[in-house]
Design a protein around this ligand. Sequence first.
Ligand code: ATP
Length: 290
Amino acid sequence: MSEEELREAEERRVDEAIESGDIAIKVRGLKNSFSNQVVHEGLDLDVRKGEILGVVGGSGTGKSVLMRSIIGLQMPDEGEVCVFGESMVGRSDDEALSIRKRWGVLFQGGALFSTLTVAENVEVPIREYYPNIGAELRDEIAAYKIRMTGLPTEAGPKYPSELSGGMKKRAGLARALALDPDLLFLDEPTAGLDPIGAAAFDEMTRKLQQTLGLTVFLITHDLDTLYSICDRVAVLADRKVTAVGTIDELLATDHPWIQEYFNGPRGRAATAAVAREKDKAGQTPSDGRR
Ligand SMILES: Nc1ncnc2c1ncn2[C@@H]1O[C@H](COP(=O)(O)OP(=O)(O)OP(=O)(O)O)[C@@H](O)[C@H]1O
């Protein structure tokens, strides 16, 4: 399939999804620049409700800037960003409040407040968005979210400096889940974790996504994550989303970066691991997942 055919097929699917109200995030004609450096130009992207969309691209292609544009931390030069059908660009914090409450964000490295305990970190969004919730209920919600991400209850009173890298990520995720979001943004959640910790984090993400019915926008360089939990993958290159689809669909394109990324030594190792897992489970490899 050529890139053009892939794009046309995707556009047809998007039209159907928009008609049925099935799009969580819609980005059109996005342009972002810093001084003379144009990071995005004419970038379009759709994230479907209930999917885990992996976002990949070489270093500096603008994955984090794209996420920041969607969540309102980066004002684009041009373009349209809609979340759950609501336009986000140029809206004041107050106007965007009802949509902001519907998402949670795990920034790179967890971005926990170092002077607050884990429980206090998780309570930050609750205090901010629901100031009328009392201390007792707030504590209960925080304890529940901490357990939900697989951390022991004893992690609640600890400070970030007392946690391992994996525990910090889980604490960041607990904070992202504090307001029961519909939409979760994860920026390189498995970066810096050992392979076993990364696989456990992936599995937890998938389980939470399925149990809570989340839509997940997941920036990653981790091929195992892409294969194991992503429904589709969007590729950033040449200042835009150059292709989006399942891994099998992306592999059918002849884009040089995509071919090198998925068919390079690491890509082949990830594919072989998927095949081995499927053999073990007695499944037939068909959907491109681990
Ligand atoms: N606040 C800023 N001021 C100036 N330049 C910026 C700013 N934020 C990002 N950039 C530039 O925009 C480009 C894209 O950055 P971004 O962090 O989105 O890349 P990325 O694809 O997430 O990279 P990586 O995979 O390495 O994390 C980079 O060249 C970066 O230097």
